[in-house]
Design a protein. Structure first.
Lengths: 552, 180
C-alpha cells in the first residue's frame, strides 16, 4: 500500500516496538566479565574485614580514653573546696553562730542555731562576684525569712554584712575593729565573731515585736578562686563572700525593719551602713555581671594560648629507625610445606627486623606512619625423615621446588613412617636419618599504620593499627640434621606479595629536644601468605619494635 | 514487584538475577544499540559495555522512573560517550533540505533495511536522528548531550532525513523495478 508519509512518522511507526535479540554469546561475555570484576573486588574486602576489626578496636580504645580523660579533669577543683571547709570548721568552733550549709559556703547566722534556716532552697538566687582592688571577691546574701523570728537577730547579721561591705569598699568602722588594710581571712573571721557577740548583746535589749524577720547569710564562695588558682594566674589570697538577694522587696522591708531597730538603739551608723548594703549589693551585682564574662574570656584566651603552644611544639614530620626481635608463630597447627608435617613439632626462630619509618602527624592525636622494614623468618619442621636415593625420585612434596642436587631426596614425616613400618632394623635406619626442614623466608615490609596518641607528654602512649604489604625477598628450604645442612629448594606456595593486619601499642619517651625513644609491641597477622596448599598454617608475628625517632 | 526483587539481587551481585535482567532488557537495549551504532558488531560491543555499567550502577537506580527507561538512558549515554571520545562531532553545518514528504509502500520496507540505512548515516547525523525522532529528545537536550549548538542539531537532523529519504526512494525504485 502506497502512502505519502512524513519520514519521521515512518521511522517512528516502524521502530515503535523494535526489539532485536542480541547474539547468543553476548551474555556469556558479560557474565565472564562480571565474574572478573567480582574477583578483583574480593581481594580488598577480605583485607578490609581485618583492618575494620583493628580500626574498631582502636576507636573503642580512643573513646574509652577520652571519657576517662574528661572525668579526671573535672576532679581537680576539690582541693580548694577543702580549704574552705577547714575554714568553716574554724569559724564554727569559734562561734556557734556560724554554720556551714554546704561545702562551698560559710553561713554566718547570728541566731546561734536556734532555728534552722532553709538554706539550700534559697541557694544561688543571686550569686555575684566582684574582684576588688585588694583582689577580694566579696559577695553577700540577703535572705528574708517569711516566718516570724527574732528581728534582733537580723540586726546582728546586718552589722556583720555591713562590715563586710564596708571592708570591701574601703570604709573603716571603728566599732567593729574592722579595717580595710586587714583583708586576711582570719582577721575577717575574728571580726565576724566579735561582731556576732556584740549583736547578741544588742539583741537582749531589743524588742521582739518585729514582724519581718530578715536573715543575712554570709557565704564564702569559692567558685572562681578554684578556677583561677588552677590557672595559676590570679592571686592565691582570694576570699569570696556571696551575696544572695532573695528578692528586692525583702530588701526594702529589711531596711525598714532595721530602721526601727536602730531607732531604738540610737545606732545611726547601722542605718547608714544598712543602706550601703543594699547599694553595695546591687553594685556588686552589676560589677560581677561584667567580670564574669571577662574572666571567661581570660580563661578561653589562656586555654587557647596553651593549645597554641602545643601546636607550635608539635612538628608534623618525624623519621625513625627501628630494630625489633620478631617472634614468628602460627595460630593453628599446620604446615606450609606439606600436609604430612601438620602434626610435627616446629621451632620458630626469633629473628631480627630492621627498618626505617617516616610519620606525618595529621593532627595532634593522629599520625600516619609508613616505612620499610626487612624481616627474616625462619622456622624448623622437626622430625622429618630424609633418605637419599641413587636416582632422581618423584618429588613427593609438591610445594618444594627442588634444587638439582636435592632431587634424589625423599622426605617424610617420622610419625607417618613409624606407623607404617615394623621391624627394628628399619627403625634404626630411621633414627639415623631424622632431621628438620628449615624454611627461611625474608620479606621487605612496607607498613602503613595509623596511630592515635593516648598520652602525649614526655612519656607518651599511642595505639597503632594498620596494614603492611610484604614483598617476598628470600625463600629457601634447607635440610638440617646432625652435621648436615643442605639447601633443598624453595617453597613455591609463597605469594610474592602478601599483606598483614597490624595492631599494637606504642610507647615513647622524649629524652632530648625532638628525639624520642620508641618501643612498639606489634601483632601482625599474615594474610594470604600462601597461594595454595598451606594446610592450616596461619602465621603471625609479634615484633617489639624499638628505636629512636627524630621529629623536625 | 518481581523486577524490584531482581534489581535488589543484582545489587548484591547475584549472577542469576543479573542474567534474568539481561534476558528481560537485552532485546530492547540491543535495538537501541543497533540504531545508535555503525554496525552490528559495534552494537554488540556497546550492549555488553552498557550492561556492565548497568550492573555496576544498579544501586544508583532509584525506583522513580521505569527501570527499562533508566537502562535505556544508561545505554544511550554510554554510546554517546564513545562518540564524544572519538571527537566526531565537528561537522560543518549544511543547508537544510525542506522536502520531508515521501511516497512509500509501507509493506515493502523492512526494519532491517531501515536499521541499515540508519547505521550508514554519518555518526552525528545518526545520533541526532535517533535522539530526536526515535527517542523523543528535544533539540535543546540533544545540543547539551552532544555538546553542539541547537542550530547544528536541527541541520544535522534535516541532513539525516534527506539522506534517509533518498536511500528509501532509491530502494523503492529498485524494488519497483524488481517487481516489474
Amino acid at each position: 500500500m502506497k502512502d505519502n508519509k512524513n519520514i519521521e512518522r515512518l521511522f517512528q511507526e516502524k521502530f515503535k516496538d523494535f526489539e532485536a535479540l542480541p547474539p547468543q554469546d553476548s551474555w556469556d561475555i558479560i557474565a565472564s566479565r562480571l565474574n572478573e570484576k567480582k574477583k578483583k573486588k574480593r581481594i580488598v574486602p577480605i583485607w578490609f574485614q581485618f583492618s575494620g576489626i583493628a580500626a574498631s578496636l582502636f576507636i573503642i580504645g580512643a573513646l574509652i580514653w577520652n571519657f576517662s580523660g574528661e572525668n579526671n579533669s573535672t576532679e581537680v577543683p576539690n582541693s580548694d573546696n577543702t580549704i574552705v571547709n577547714t575554714e568553716d570548721a574554724k569559724v564554727n568552733s569559734n562561734n556557734s553562730n556560724i554554720a556551714s550549709p554546704n561545702n562551698e559556703a560559710i553561713v554566718y547566722d547570728s541566731q546561734s542555731n536556734e532555728e534552722s534556716l532553709d538554706k539550700k532552697s534559697n541557694n544561688s538566687i543571686n550569686q555575684y562576684n566582684e574582684k576588688s582592688t585588694d583582689e577580694k571577691l566579696v559577695n553577700s546574701k540577703l535572705k528574708n525569712n517569711s516566718s516570724r523570728r527574732n528581728g534582733l537577730v537580723s540586726n546582728g547579721k546586718l552589722e556583720s554584712d555591713i562590715n563586710a561591705n564596708l571592708n570591701q569598699k574601703g570604709f573603716k568602722k571603728g566599732k567593729n575593729n574592722f579595717k580595710k588594710q586587714s583583708p586576711s581571712e582570719t582577721n575577717f573571721e575574728k571580726a565576724l565573731v566579735a561582731n556576732a557577740e556584740k549583736n547578741k548583746a544588742k539583741r537582749k535589749s531589743k524588742s521582739k515585736s518585729n514582724k519581718n524577720n530578715s536573715a543575712f547569710e554570709n557565704l564564702f564562695h569559692d567558685n572562681n578562686v578554684v578556677d583561677n588558682n588552677r590557672e595559676g594566674k590570679t592571686a592565691i589570697n582570694k576570699e569570696t563572700i556571696d551575696a544572695f538577694f532573695e528578692n528586692k522587696t525583702s530588701n526594702t522591708t529589711t531596711i525598714t525593719n532595721n530602721d526601727s531597730i536602730t531607732k531604738q538603739t540610737n545606732n545611726s551608723d547601722v542605718v547608714v551602713s544598712n543602706e550601703i548594703i543594699t547599694q553595695d549589693s546591687t553594685l556588686v551585682a552589676e560589677v560581677s555581671k561584667e567580670t564574669n564574662p571577662l574572666e571567661e574570656l581570660l580563661k578561653e584566651k589562656e586555654a587557647g594560648k596553651n593549645e597554641d603552644e602545643k601546636e607550635e611544639k608539635r612538628s608534623k614530620w618525624a623519621i625513625s629507625t627501628n630494630a625489633s626481635p620478631v617472634y614468628f608463630n602460627s595460630l593453628a597447627q599446620g604446615s606450609s610445606i606439606d600436609q604430612q608435617f601438620d602434626s610435627n613439632s616446629k621451632n620458630y626462630a626469633t629473628t631480627l627486623s630492621l627498618g626505617i619509618a617516616g610519620s606525618y602527624a595529621i593532627n595532634n592525636k593522629l599520625s600516619l606512619k609508613t616505612g620499610v622494614n626487612n624481616i627474616n623468618i625462619s622456622y624448623n619442621t622437626n622430625d622429618v625423615l630424609f633418605d637419599a636415593r641413587m636416582n632422581n625420585v618423584e618429588n613427593n612434596i609438591p610445594t618444594i621446588s627442588r634444587n638439582p642436587e636435592a632431587s634424589n631426596m625423599v622426605f617424610s614425616s617420622k610419625a607417618n613412617v613409624v606407623e607404617t613400618l615394623s621391624g627394628d632394623i628399619e627403625n634404626v635406619v630411621i633414627e639415623n636419618n631424622v632431621g628438620a626442614l628449615q624454611q627461611n623466608i625474608s620479606y621487605i615490609e612496607v607498613p602503613l599504620e595509623l596511630s592515635y596518641k593516648l598520652l602525649d607528654k614526655k612519656f607518651g602512649i599511642e595505639v597503632i593499627g594498620g596494614m603492611s604489604t610484604l614483598f617476598l625477598n628470600r625463600n629457601n628450604i634447607s635440610l638440617v640434621a646432625d652435621g648436615i645442612e643442605m639447601e633443598v629448594g624453595r617453597a613455591n606456595n609463597l605469594n610474592s606479595i602478601h599483606f598483614s593486619s597490624n595492631v599494637g601499642l606504642g610507647f615513647k619517651y622524649s629524652f632530648w629536644k625532638s628525639f624520642n625513644a620508641n618501643f612498639q609491641p606489634m601483632f601482625k597477622y599474615q594474610i594470604n601468605t600462601f597461594s595454595e596448599n598451606s594446610g592450616n598454617f596461619k602465621p603471625y608475628f609479634i615484633g617489639l619494635y624499638t628505636g629512636i625517632s627524630f621529629s623536625f | 514487584m518481581i523486577i524490584e526483587q531482581l534489581i535488589y539481587e543484582c545489587s548484591n551481585n547475584n549472577t542469576k538475577a543479573q542474567e534474568q535482567i539481561y534476558r528481560l532488557l537485552a532485546p530492547k537495549l540491543f535495538s537501541v544499540c543497533l540504531k545508535y551504532s555503525r554496525n552490528y558488531e559495534e552494537a554488540q560491543d556497546n550492549l555488553q559495555e552498557s550492561f556492565l555499567i548497568i550492573f555496576e550502577k544498579i544501586n544508583q537506580y532509584k525506583n522513580t522512573g521505569s527501570f527499562e527507561g533508566w537502562a535505556k538512558r544508561v545505554t544511550i549515554n554510554y554510546v554517546l560517550q564513545q562518540y564524544r571520545k572519538q571527537n566526531i562531532f565537528e561537522i560543518v553545518s549544511e543547508k537544510i533540505a525542506d522536502e520531508e514528504e515521501i511516497e512509500i509502500d509501507d509493506d515493502n520496507i523492512s526494519l532491517e533495511f531501515l536499521t541499515k540505512i540508519i547505521q550508514e548515516l554519518p555518526d552525528r547525523y545518526r545520533l541526532v536522528f535517533n535522539l530526536y525522532v526515535l527517542d523523543g529528545y528535544s533539540h535543546k537536550e540533544i545540543a547539551e548531550m552532544l555538546e553542539i549548538n541547537i542550530g547544528t542539531s536541527k541541520s544535522n537532523l534535516a541532513r539525516a532525513k534527506a539522506i534517509l529519504k533518498s536511500k528509501i526512494e532509491s530502494n523503492n525504485s529498485f524494488e519497483v523495478k524488481k517487481s516489474k
